[in-house]
Design a binder for this molecule. Structure first.
Ligand SMILES: Nc1nc2c(ncn2[C@@H]2O[C@H](COP(=O)(O)OP(=O)(O)OP(=O)(O)O)[C@@H](O)[C@H]2O)c(=O)[nH]1
Ligand SMILES: [Mg+2]
Length: 200
């Protein structure tokens, strides 16, 4: 799959199902600063479609991008940054839970984890949401440029092993900085998005 068009459509905090009930959807989740917005820009060949920031917590809303006119890429609020109040954490949890619960067109969740780190409790919570709602997920190991080329596969396998209790089947590595792993990731996403149509 090649991305030929990409457009920001809308930010929401509720009413997800009303907004999209016809196009397949892929969601991006991950710790704040892990590189979600950068990944959107890489996948869509754009520099400024999604706001990239050195300050964690930039993305607070559920942002919908329409790609190729036939599916949505959904950027969810990052989590796990320091100094969040109980109230903010509760709001985040409600927003994430609400999104998962009310997104009938969601076909696959991309869980982004920095290739140098371990899955956090919030990553696991996201995986549990996905498993609970029966939505497949794949782990995308970000910032692969930060480890030697020869070590990237090993780091992915390490993350996969850490998630062995959560039915983790796929860990792909990418680097938005070096534009690495894009074609493989798009191919995997396409397989989930349009699976039923192909079978019919
Ligand atoms: N070296 C390297 N840095 C990256 C890569 N992707 C993102 N970054 C940097 O990581 C920081 C955070 O990137 P974002 O894409 O804004 O992260 P985010 O996950 O959208 O963050 P929030 O919106 O706060 O949740 C920025 O300084 C990026 O330049 C990558 O592939 N390699
Ligand atoms: Mg972001």
């Amino acid at each position: 799959m090649r991305i030929t068009s990409a457009k920001f459509i809308k930010s929401l905090t509720k009413d997800y199902a009303e907004f999209n009930s016809d196009l397949p959807e892929v969601a991006l989740v991950g710790k704040s600063n892990v590189g979600k917005s950068s990944l959107i820009n890489m996948l869509t060949n754009q520099n400024k479609l999604a706001k990239v920031s050195k300050t964690p917590g930039k993305t607070k809303l559920v942002n919908y991008f329409l790609l190729n006119g036939n599916f949505y890429l959904v950027d969810l609020p990052g989590y796990g940054f320091a100094n969040v109040s109980k109230e903010e954490l509760g709001q985040w949890d409600a927003r994430m839970g609400g999104y998962f619960e009310q997104s009938p067109m969601l076909k696959v969740v991309l869980i982004l984890i920095d290739i140098r780190r371990e899955p956090t409790e919030h990553d696991i919570a996201m995986i549990e949401y996905a498993n609970y709602f029966g939505i497949p997920y794949i782990v995308v190991a970000t910032k692969a440029d930060k480890v030697a080329k020869s070590k990237r596969k090993n780091e992915c396998n390490r993350i996969k092993r850490l998630l062995k209790d959560y039915h983790c089947e796929t860990v792909l590595h990418i680097s938005s900085e070096d534009k690495l792993g894009k074609d493989e990731l798009l191919e995997v996403i396409e397989g989930y998005l349009f699976a039923e149509e192909e079978e019919a």
